[in-house]
Design a protein. Sequence first.
Lengths: 281, 224, 415
Amino acid sequence: MTFAERMLHIDRRIIFLVIGVCTLLPLLYPVGLAIKVSPEVRGVHDYIESLPEGSVFLLSMDFDPASKPELQPQAVALLRHAFKKNLRVIGMTLWVTGTGLADLVVSQAAQEMGKVNGKDYVFLGWSPGVGSLIITMGQDLYKAFPSDYNNQPTRELAVLKGIQTLRDVNYVVSLAAGTAGIESWYVYGKDKYKFELGGGCTGVIAPGLYPLLRSGQINGLIGGLRGAAEYETLIGQKGRAVAGMDAQSATHVAIIMLVILCNVFYLLIRTSRGQSGQPRG
Amino acid sequence: MIFLRRQLPLLITFVAGVVFAAQYYVPHPTSELMLTEVTKWLQIISGFALVLGVTSLFQIHAVKIRRKEPGWAYSLILYSGILGTIAAGFSYSFTAGQWVNGKETINGIVTAFGWIYSDMMVPLQGTMFAILAFFIASAAYRSFRARSREAALLLIAAIIVMMGRVPLGEMLLPVSGDVTQWILNVLNAAVRRAILIGISLGAVALSLKIIFGMERAYLGGGKD
Amino acid sequence: MVTAGCRMLRPLAVLVCLCLFPLTAPEAGAQQALAPPQNLRVIDTPSDSGEGLTVLWARAGYDAPEVRYQILLGDGAEKKMVAEFPADSHYVRDARWPWWTRVDRPDAHQFNLKSGKGLELKNGTPYAVAVAVVKGAERVEAAPVQAVPAPNWVNWNQMNNLLLVLLFGAVVFGSIRAAKRREIFLRRIPGLDAVDEAIGRATELGKPILYLTGAGDMSEPSTIAAAVILGRVAKRVAAYETDLLVPHRDPIVMAVCQEITKQSYLEAGKPDVFREDSNFFITTDQFSYTAAVDGIMLRRKPAANFFMGSYFAEALLLTETGASTGAIQIAGTDSDHQLPFFVTTCDYTLIGEELYAASAYLSREPIQLGTLRGQDFGKAFILVVLALGTLLATVGVLFATDLPMIVLDLFKDLK
């Protein structure tokens, strides 16, 4: 076996090791590379920035712990921005396995910004159904959530004063790791109840949501950890996403180098087989 | 018997299919109420179906444990995991002074159920998702080869997008950011729309066949 | 000759004068005295779920950015202003209504009142609506008009959608009828030719076959397609008496696939070889299911893996683990975000609707083939509409005309 052939069939554990090192080292020794903001992320940021104080912002954290590394930084950045703008924040989730995580995220962000539960924000929790839940919220919010996650009656909460249905919500952002998520909020929510909708998602499903963005069905899209880092840059509060970008940069470059190397070895083998008259693989 | 197994389900499918297809074009609140009601029925049926699934799970692993088949210890671990989590969810929290009732925290105090969630489920799920990063690298190394002109074009586009999505890449190749945006907003969006149109047409055709009884595989059998 | 020349020149001179000196100068409009908005009508908003009124009034000569219209709701002391906007906005042509549901001329004004955000309109209750025009310190108001909001039973705005669905349905059923009468050509789908090869390989090696139906439930077309293909695969597996493993994420899908597999073994004449536990439920949780299936792959080392249905992040975990065991892998999914992972790690991948076509390809049933042909007609129609629509939209912009909208509105999704 030639060197090129041996390299092409290298033990994948070596590749795992390379990726592991490229992820770990930048996290331990951050560099702090500059982040360019994309129009998609700016769309969400600028809309929240344009909302007057006291506007109602609903953040639906539709993800489970598996997607926490990508979507939690997005949630934290959005909540910080909303609390800074003194918006009335409603948190909820469509994923039952993400309820505890979502509650933690909202509570921690609120505590950091000095906001009071029931007065400045509420976490409604999870309720069964996706389409039917959104439709019910569109007809009567209190029917969908008679009490919040801490069993407080929602009708008595100061933060929900004057809000009857989804039509009274100024902006909804769904942070989605898959189905149910942004498409559900559009089909059952925005399409019927005409509120403005923005989205955040994991990097892998972001390309699939560009048609919604281009057609105006969502006014902005925060894609993956990169999107979260861009949002943190926009609000001027760098967090885990910006810290993770160094690791992501190193990993991407490592994968590119590996792919280039494998193609070099592949071409070498092809060339040598062509020269020796052997059939090409 | 044939009527109950074949004709009745087909009739229900037809009526329900036509009614809910028509529902989309009826804006009256009665129509929405009907949709909400039926969606609730679906949730209830899903609940019963979960019982079916869990029963099947218990049955299979009970057989494995009884016969001491290879890997029966894992079945025992599965049993203890399920029963332990259910018990923690229904337990009484002495620290918080009330029943847990499936809550992860009560007045800021983490319950046993919450501990299982945040210290077992969250790290385990995160680990599984994190494996993807390693697998992507090994899959890319094995498969991203310029075997043909199309594959080479795909490779170049992939490299540009990978560079353009990270700050280091944009620093090394400044144009990659703008080219990535163009690829995502124009090429990618166009192709996704095309795939979506094809899939949607297939879904509509399949739905029509199911409503009109031409497709009966979902009834659990072959031809009549 | 001279006289004829002068006669020809006269209309030309008039035309030149009109271009240079239009009959109504732009400034003249703004200087017109304010008159109350004319032809004010208030109607129940058509094709809606109720709690909405539509206000219509004629375009005025004084419509300009510095002049403002006010919409007033209520009578006497209860009258309040619910909206205010520049007078050169809110025309019928700006509202997102198709031409067949428009209630006035395109250049008339239209404003929709809808319950919500500080405004409450109850069905069955009469409301008085008036329109006032304000210019500087001057304000003139039209006499109020009463209307009653009510819910409607038909959304006429979506009739184009219904017609297109019915048309597509007719094409599909027509194609099925045609397929029953004559042979329909179907292009080769490489992934499906490999199914037999995969099953044969598994039989030779004495290893089982792993078949996954994806993350979806029975309401998803991809899961139904996966179940149908399972039937075909199970029939061939039964003939070879190879082991079949079908772990499930959804209990209902499991129950359906169990019946399908049983039926397939019966049709293959091998009911005694059928095992009840070939279809088994693992868990609904994404990564728990993935970990369990990965474990099955590493322990049982199936020779062939089939990934049919819809998948999410677990796709690469499953296929990469399967690839590491040396199994031949065939995937079919409509989850476009996972396609890159399947394409790079599987030997054959059915992309998008090829999954739906797979059932037809394996069975050669006229119904399935006819459906495919109908879908192809649908795609051809969409291609033609795309080209024609682009051309018409361009013509509309170039010549500043709304005539192409007559055709373009037919393909819009309007609510």
